[in-house]
Design a protein around this ligand. Structure first.
Ligand SMILES: [Zn+2]
Length: 657
């Protein structure tokens, strides 16, 4: 996600200029059909509609009021019998529907739903999430989301219950295990974890399929993407502009999932039904778009190994610019950008950044991890988020001195550092955001050279807080990392992480640094399309890669930068013709970080075994500058004083409403 921004004004999304009257591009010219035949195909053939899909389609055209069906079923006491005959999505509508948008933050979430990651129950540790088929039906007139999720798990240990995360604002109306509908008594969702007693316990290696029918009023984000939920927005002509974010509170905000980083399903099929005239760009490859009899469209996507919070619903009257990129690795990568009507010129300029940015990453890091799916970006009514292959973009086409859009570039970075390499525990999310932030200066350097790099690094330096260590050494939730008031390092996982990487690159050199980076991202130094899969990593593993590549143990480096709050402090003492340097580090351990020193403009590198070093023959009047190229993240009294002054200024201002 984008780095937290201290000024509230930066959180505001500026509404696109009100010249939006261009007719949205037609989805396709195919007439409405009564079957579910896709009207547009990608490279792989559409899945044959299952009997369930056909039935659902037929029900959608039947015109029977949904709540009357439900009431009938209840009155006749044939509920369970009836349920398996009726497409469950149609049984969900409660008698009273919200006609007005729920307010921000409503309906309220349980503490369990707001948690993402952290320690998980043994039932969740005992299953592998093989695949998911997720049907969504968005009903904006009622601010409602219905879903049917078919989840396939393999037991990795004996297990008698499934524990699946799902916001209880989306109540479950039917649940089947391996095709058999369970009685209500077999499942419950009290606090946001759906607990299902299996008809029979599973042994390790056995598979199970859970089909969950659910729906309701999804939680509305207060300030996406810094908190999460759905965003009901409109473009000036009144058409719907809808988005979801889930990094903080997790995937369980709108689909039943395993809400911790390692809960990634292997393959996900998405089927997103939206009002006529709107589009639903989403993750992975477009399998096809079905036109339903009532004019609505169903967008079918397939993606593999999505990060749990990376699945996203985006709905709007989008127009699209697309093209393809011929990779240096021989493959061709489809590129798509979905933007709001009336913004074509701006959209094309942003789209023009896609190929050179891709070239940078493929040159410096390695192959785009999802080249067999797409590079996708969609304009959203919130700032941005690393939604795998459908990155959210809400930076209003801002122009900057660097000459590229930092938000697009930052979220795109996460395809490598978040979606391909995923930290298994939120505690190690500097791997996402530290790299995610470092790659903007690295791209500045790639484009324009060292001065741009230095200027961009300097921009980050003044925001490092050093109040809490980046890594806490335990299993934590997302908020325990991102939220300073919950004890997290907050934006230090971005900027301090970035500066740590900058320092590491100096310490071990460019070649080793990028080889370590490749090992962390792909698990190998020779990645090519097809020879790697998305992987999980950790800080400890990263340290191991540094040791493997360099042949040296840099534990002293990571112990200070990751596991201590305060920065190493370099002091200089001049005695006669002698300059003595000494590192003081929190924790008091070794810190043999070599230091460049300029003496009257001549730079030499001083080895610092045991954290100490000296230079002789320095005339008393010589001008000495330590670390003249600012290669090392170290304590700066100037930064500390500036931050104190800034805090005083903030305290003087009247509180913003
Ligand atoms: Zn980010």
């Amino acid at each position: 996600m984008p780095a937290p921004r201290p000024a509230p004004a930066d959180h505001l999304h500026i509404t696109p200029e009100p010249q939006i009257h261009a007719t949205p591009k037609r989805l396709d010219a195919a007439p409405a059909r009564h079957d579910a035949t896709p009207t547009r195909l990608d490279r792989i053939p559409p899945a044959t509609p299952t009997p369930r899909d056909r039935l659902a389609t037929l029900r959608l055209i039947s015109g029977i009021p949904l709540h009357s069906l439900r009431k009938t079923a209840r009155t006749m006491r044939y509920r369970l019998h009836f349920l398996h005959l009726i497409p469950a999505a149609l049984l969900l509508a409660p008698a009273a529907e919200a006609a007005e948008s729920p307010k921000k933050g409503e309906p309220a979430l349980t503490a369990q739903t707001m948690r993402s990651g952290g320690e998980r129950p043994p039932e969740q540790r005992s299953v592998r999430f093989d695949s998911a088929d997720l049907q969504f039906e968005l009903l904006p007139d009622r601010y409602r989301l219905n879903g049917i999720a078919t989840l396939n798990f393999t037991a990795t240990a004996p297990v008698s219950r499934l524990v699946i995360d799902l916001d209880r604002n989306l109540p479950v109306s039917a649940l089947a295990i391996d095709g058999r509908t369970l009685p209500r008594s077999a499942y419950a969702n009290r606090e946001g974890q759906l607990t299902v007693t299996l008809p029979r316990p599973l042994r390790a290696g056995e598979k199970v399929t859970a089909r969950i029918t659910y729906g309701g009023t999804p939680h509305v984000a207060v300030n996406a993407p810094w908190d999460d939920g759905v965003v009901w927005s409109k473009i000036p002509d009144g058409k719907l502009w809808f988005a979801t974010t889930a990094e903080g509170y997790g995937c369980d905000l709108f689909w039943p999932c395993l809400d911790f980083p390692e809960g990634e399903p292997g393959v996900v099929d998405l089927h997103i039904t939206v009002p006529a005239g709107l589009k639903a760009p989403s993750n992975g490859r477009l399998i096809g778009v079905d036109t339903l009899a009532d004019g609505r469209t169903r967008w079918n996507w397939r993606t593999r190994n999505p990060n749990t919070y990376a699945l996203a619903l985006n709905v709007g009257p989008y127009e699209e610019v697309s093209g393809s990129y011929k990779s240096r690795y021989g493959n061709t990568i489809p590129m798509h950008y979905w933007y709001l009507p009336g913004e074509r010129a701006k959209a094309e300029k942003l789209f023009a950044e896609f190929a050179p940015t891709l070239d940078f990453f493929e040159s410096v890091v390695g192959p785009y991890p999802f080249g067999d799916e797409k590079l996708g970006v969609v304009e959203t009514p919130h700032k941005g988020m690393e939604h795998q292959t459908i990155n959210a973009y809400g930076n209003d086409y801002a122009k900057a001195i660097e000459g590229f859009d930092w938000l697009f570039q930052h979220e795109f970075t996460h395809e490598w550092f978040a979606n391909q390499l995923t930290a298994a525990n939120w505690d190690d999310y500097w791997l996402h955001e530290g790299y995610g932030s470092y790659m903007q200066p690295a791209y500045g350097e790639w484009r324009e050279g060292r001065a741009r790099y230095a200027a961009m690094m300097n921009g980050q330096r003044g925001t490092i807080q050093n109040k809490v260590p980046i890594v806490q050494g335990r299993v934590v939730t997302e908020e325990e990392v991102y939220e300073a008031d919950k004890g997290g390092a907050g934006q230090d996982i971005y900027v301090k992480g970035s500066w740590m990487l900058h320092t590491l690159r100096y310490l071990i050199g460019d070649t080793d640094f990028w080889n370590v980076t490749r090992l962390a991202v792909y698990g190998r130094t020779d990645p090519r399309p097809g020879n790697f899969r998305p992987r999980f990593g950790s800080s400890k593993e990263y340290e191991g890669f540094v040791r493997q590549v360099t042949g040296h143990d840099y534990g002293w480096f990571f112990d200070v930068y990751l596991r201590q709050a305060a920065l190493p402090d370099l002091t200089m003492t001049r005695t006669g013709n002698r300059v003595d340097l000494a590192w003081t580090v929190p924790g008091g351990g070794a810190f043999p970080m070599p230091v460049e020193v300029s003496v009257d403009g001549k730079v030499q590198t001083i080895a610092m075994p045991n954290g100490r070093g000296s230079i002789g023959n320095v005339p008393a009047g010589a001008h000495v500058v330590l670390d003249p190229d600012a290669r090392i993240l170290r304590r700066s009294e100037a930064v500390e004083e500036m931050q104190r002054w800034q805090a005083e200024q903030r305290a003087k201002r009247p509180p913003r409403k």
